[in-house]
Write a protein that binds this ligand. Structure first.
Ligand SMILES: NC(=O)c1ccc[n+]([C@@H]2O[C@H](COP(=O)([O-])OP(=O)(O)OC[C@H]3O[C@@H](n4cnc5c(N)ncnc54)[C@H](OP(=O)(O)O)[C@@H]3O)[C@@H](O)[C@H]2O)c1
Length: 240
């Protein structure tokens, strides 16, 4: 199958890493379905890459169902890039932030995996890539509940892989665990501490979303007998 015939559905395509994945895969010949909440952004992205777009708020289970029913008969690749990172310390974080983190980073990602599996070729399987984080491997001091959700992404990804092997499903599953990537997400993560973010950006040459997108391409283009499980990708200057 040529790349042109492979379809990748990307959540969180309206910004940051998701947008970079959409552009990178389209440049390499994949058909791209870009999903996000912000219609204007995904529509103009889709137009610029000759792809499709579907608006969906992943906080809403019905919209997740609608996303996959509108995605067509068959997809080959799912990239779960949608994610949120409001400040959510365990001691005094707000319940609404905990809920949004769980809903988008864990539950929506899990449901998207479930729905995507039904759209993959039943014999050949497909490819799922979940955006985890270095915060899914160790808990930074300011990690709070965000880190809990990224540990959950690691568990979901590994559990899914085991279940697929047990049922002889050829779908390959991977996650990518970036350190700091220069996207709007960091403004949320460091909300209330803009100076800290400014200082970090001065000290560290952060990753560009394109660096993560190139790892995505590397994973999905690995030979079929090679399954990459996780890529940890940090800016060279990031200490932890
Ligand atoms: N940036 C980093 O340093 C970093 C590091 C490690 C891991 N990550 C992970 O990488 C992934 C992408 O992050 P990013 O840095 O590219 O962030 P970003 O630029 O803020 O993009 C986040 C994307 O998620 C979408 N999204 C958020 N809530 C949604 C919802 N309820 N329904 C549908 N879409 C929703 C946003 O859509 P709208 O634009 O419509 O809101 C946006 O497209 C996330 O899972 C994040 O945790 C990021």
């Amino acid at each position: 199958m040529s790349l042109k015939n492979k379809t990748a559905l990307i959540t969180g395509a309206s910004s940051g890493i998701g947008t970079a994945c959409a552009r990178t895969l389209a440049n390499r010949g994949y058909s791209v379905i870009a999903s996000g909440r912000n219609k204007q952004k995904i529509q103009s992205l889709a137009e610029s890459i000759d792809g499709h777009f579907i608006v969906a708020d992943l906080n809403d289970t019905n919209q997740i169902k609608k996303l996959f029913s509108e995605a067509g008969e068959r997809i080959d690749i799912l990239i779960n890039s949608a994610g949120v990172a409001p400040k959510a310390p365990i001691i005094n974080g707000e319940l609404s932030n905990f809920r949004e983190l769980l809903n988008v980073n864990v539950l929506a990602l899990t449901l998207c995996c479930q729905f995507a599996l039904k759209k993959f070729d039943p014999d050949k399987g497909g490819h799922i890539i979940n955006l985890s984080s270095m915060s899914g491997h160790r808990v930074p001091p300011s990690g709070g509940f965000y880190a809990a959700t990224k540990f959950a992404v690691k568990a979901v990804t590994e559990a899914l892989r085991s279940e697929l092997k047990a049922s002889n499903n050829k779908t390959r599953v991977a996650m990518i665990s970036p350190g700091f990537v220069d996207t709007p997400l960091l403004d949320l993560y460091f909300k209330g501490d803009k100076e800290k973010l400014k200082q970090l950006k001065n000290e560290i040459h952060m990753l560009d979303p394109i660096n993560v997108a190139e790892s995505v391409a590397h994973i999905i283009e690995a030979p079929s007998h090679v399954e990459i499980g996780d890529i940890q990708l940090r800016p060279t200057g990031q200490a932890i």
